[in-house]
Design a protein around this ligand. Structure first.
Ligand SMILES: NC(=O)c1ccc[n+]([C@@H]2O[C@H](COP(=O)([O-])OP(=O)(O)OC[C@H]3O[C@@H](n4cnc5c(N)ncnc54)[C@H](O)[C@@H]3O)[C@@H](O)[C@H]2O)c1
Length: 246
């Protein structure tokens, strides 16, 4: 499906990013596993290579423009272009506004929103050179609905949804499609601090009766990255077990 294509996956060292990097690699893409966590990113790249596919680990902090520039440069040096971006790196936080420090707000917005902008900004010129591409930005159901206490995260994710729409409009002429994917709650290390009561509550909010699996988001990412989605741009694809349908 992706033979000859090069994909950058930020936050590729864990959870949804790891599952997506492996899914795209299995379908023939050369994959850049870009992550802040060196150990996890290296591990995922090695596992992909051990399975006989192409991968490269690049250390990046997506909130730093020099890092993002280097990530794209390194990708082009190694694989000669970029065709797919899954801007997925992100962190979580639950703090009501009146108790949220500006530093903590800026940190989350810097990674979850500015990081997505920076990755798109530096990948788009490479996609223009390549004659097109597909960008998938990882938002969340919390880009569509609010959640008590989840102040900076909901703001960042709503920003990602609408940023993706505007990029879709600006770059359709260059054959670059831009979409966001909006997962419900997914079983990844991001949810590791939940106690049983909170987990059960979240399960009850998903009509399908369970949390999602990273692989279920990876399938949606694969679709949006592929030519099967050739008429899909500016969309926000909810993959949430029915969470936002109620
Ligand atoms: N798990 C969920 O329930 C859920 C639901 C909706 C959306 N999401 C979104 O999916 C994305 C991935 O989350 P996950 O659940 O797989 O979490 P995760 O913690 O398993 O993975 C996140 C990865 O991003 C990396 N990362 C964090 N900050 C970074 C930075 N500044 N630069 C580069 N890499 C960085 C981490 O090292 C980690 O490998 C996030 O954007 C998250 O908001 C997750």
């Amino acid at each position: 499906m992706f033979a000859g294509k090069v994909a950058i996956i930020t936050g590729g060292g864990s959870g949804i990013g790891e599952a997506s990097a492996k899914e795209l690699a299995r379908e023939g893409a050369s994959v850049v596993v870009a992550d802040y966590n060196e150990q996890d990113g290296q591990r995922v790249a090695e596992e992909i290579k051990a399975a006989g596919q192409q991968a490269l680990f690049v250390k990046v902090d997506v909130s730093k423009e020099e890092d993002v520039q280097q990530m794209v440069q390194r990708t082009v040096e190694e694989f000669d272009g970029v065709h797919i971006l899954f801007a997925n790196a992100g962190i979580g936080d639950i703090t009501p506004a009146a108790e949220l420090s500006l530093d903590k707000w800026n940190q989350l917005i810097g990674i979850n929103l500015t990081g997505v902008f920076l990755c798109c900004k530096h990948v788009i010129p490479e996609m223009q050179k390549a004659g097109g591409g597909s960008i998938i930005n990882n938002a969340s159901i919390l880009g569509h609905v609010g959640q008590p206490g989840v102040t900076s995260y909901t703001a960042a994710k709503a920003g990602v949804v609408n940023l993706s729409r505007t990029l879709a409009l600006d770059y359709a002429k260059d054959n670059i499609r831009v979409n966001s994917v909006c997962p419900g709650y997914i079983e990844t290390p991001l949810l590791k601090d939940l106690d049983e009561k909170a987990r059960n509550f979240l399960v009850s909010r998903h009509p399908i009766g369970r949390l999602g699996r990273p692989e279920e988001i990876a399938k949606a990412v694969k679709f949006l990255a592929s030519d099967d989605a050739s008429f899909v741009t500016g969309a926000s694809l909810l993959v949430d077990g029915g969470y936002t349908a109620q």
